[in-house]
Design a protein around this ligand. Structure first.
Ligand code: CO
Length: 465
């Protein structure tokens, strides 16, 4: 029997950093290690999308598009991968199809090979346009399941979703376990079911080490037929990040799988990132608690990020005594709202409403605009129907929409943004940055202009001297 191949996707440039240091790794700390990352033999390198775009503009004074072009130039032999929130692109609300298509085309044009496309509700109508455009642009579209557990998230339901993704022509399927709640046994069953249903499609599994099951989950997923797993190089692995790259590479090799990795290079990459990780611990960017195991999520299924949000909200309202109540209220709200997976933006929507409910002392007395939008259908179809009495309480006599929300949006968003920006935008990419994060992009453009003027003034002075 031929050795089975299992690929590893390295996440140190995206999810690992997003999970541990709030995405603060600047490009200049990536550059010195790009040649080693490029020669390690990864299936792909996740390096863009998710929160990187916003953080580049907002905190790092970096043009995310320029970062992508530099990564492309420095990583000529490795597939570059990004995470895209379907119809939300990289933001928190839906955009019109034209914007989604332009964003996908620009991402591929600037260097992306694989786009992992997910939707917080697993509504495939929110994935369709991004998948179609990714494939049309000649890149790989990874159709993604946001993994969660609930009475309606059965193996059959997941298989039905995968079949729809297959019909859209996806290049691979990804199971995205964003909060690390997928146990080894569930992974085995789900991977087996998907592999039975669509054996020709590569299957990628993504988890986090949050609850401590990650390594075992990957092993059982691979045993069941998973083709690719997401891991992080050791200094940025564990805890809320991914299981460790080197550890999985050695384990899989010993078990007879071919990872195609140059293990010696992996240790060199780890040596490079160790002092960087330590500096982030020293300056407080990386809280060492994030590197530890928190198994509580296995009981209450509330992701770690949501727990810290609940805590900080209650703290702000001087209501920390309501923490246990808010913790119990969260799964009730989730059930009321049709069991959405808890991932951006649904985790915030559910969490905030749970806090509102316990603070007001009456459920759904105070309803956020996001919950209203959610009940109207602005985020798509919910996994189970929203409870009728909740719908009535939130919307009154207003009827939820029956069409896709993106179809109700104006179709001239791009042209309007282009006109608003005038010569502050120098390319289509600038306009897309502005559409995704208007205020942040405007400030970035202003700073960029000022810096350019300084350079010009300096060189004129040089010439005069
Ligand atoms: Co993740």
């Amino acid at each position: 029997m031929a050795t089975r191949q299992v690929g590893l996707t390295e996440t140190v440039l995206r999810d690992a950093g997003q999970s541990l240091i709030a995405t603060r790794l600047p490009y200049d700390k990536m550059e010195p290690i790009l040649d080693k990352l490029d020669s390690a033999g990864f299936y792909s390198l996740e390096c863009w999308g998710g929160a990187t775009f916003d953080v580049c503009l907002r905190y790092l004074n970096e043009d995310p598009w320029e970062r992508l072009r530099k990564l492309r130039a420095g990583l000529p032999n490795t597939k570059l991968q990004m995470l895209l929130r379907g119809q939300n692109i990289l933001g928190y609300k839906h955009y019109s199809d034209d914007v989604v298509r332009r964003f996908v085309r620009a991402s591929v044009r600037n260097g992306i090979d694989i786009i992992r496309i997910f939707d917080a509700l697993n509504d495939v109508d929110n994935l369709r346009v991004a998948i179609e455009e990714t494939l049309a642009a000649g890149a790989m579209a990874s159709g993604t399941i946001s993994y969660t557990t609930s009475p309606v998230h059965t193996l059959d339901a997941y298989v039905a979703m995968v079949k729809e993704l297959q019909a859209m022509g996806v290049s691979s399927i990804c199971i995205k376990d964003m909060s690390g709640i997928m146990t080894p046994n569930s992974a085995y069953d789900l991977v087996s079911a998907i592999k039975d249903a669509v054996p020709e499609l590569p299957l990628v599994v993504h988890t986090h080490s949050t609850t401590g099951t990650g390594f075992m989950t990957y092993l059982k997923a691979v045993e069941a037929g998973a083709d690719v797993i997401d891991t992080a190089i050791s200094p940025f692995s564990g805890g809320t990040s991914q299981p460790t790259t080197e550890t999985m590479a050695v384990t899989l090799r010993e078990l007879g799988y071919d990872t195609g990795l140059n293990e010696h290079v992996l240790y060199e990459i780890a040596d490079y990132f160790k002092p960087i990780r330590n500096a982030y611990i020293d300056d407080g960017t990386l809280n060492p608690i994030a590197l530890t195991t928190d198994a509580s999520c296995l009981e209450h299924q509330i992701p770690g990020g949501m727990l810290s949000n609940l805590l900080s909200q209650l703290k702000m309202m001087n209501a920390l005594d309501k923490y246990d109540e808010a913790l119990k209220e969260t799964p009730r709200v989730r059930e009321d709202l049709g069991f959405p997976p808890l991932v951006t933006p649904t985790s915030q929507i559910v969490g905030n409403q749970a806090v509102n409910n316990v603070l007001a002392g009456e459920r759904y007395k105070n309803v956020s605009n996001e919950v209203k939008g959610y009940c109207r259908g602005e985020y798509g179809k919910t996994p189970a129907p929203i409870k009728p009495e909740i719908l009535q309480k939130v919307l009154g006599d207003e009827q939820p929409m029956t069409q896709r929300y993106a179809d109700t949006l104006p179709t001239d968003i791009f042209e309007k943004a282009e006109a608003e920006l005038g010569d502050r935008a120098t390319c289509e990419e600038d306009v897309l940055s502005y559409i995704a994060f208007p205020q942040v992009a405007e400030k970035f453009f202003a700073d960029r202009k000022e810096a350019q003027e300084r350079v010009v003034a300096y060189s004129i002075k040089k010439v005069e001297e």
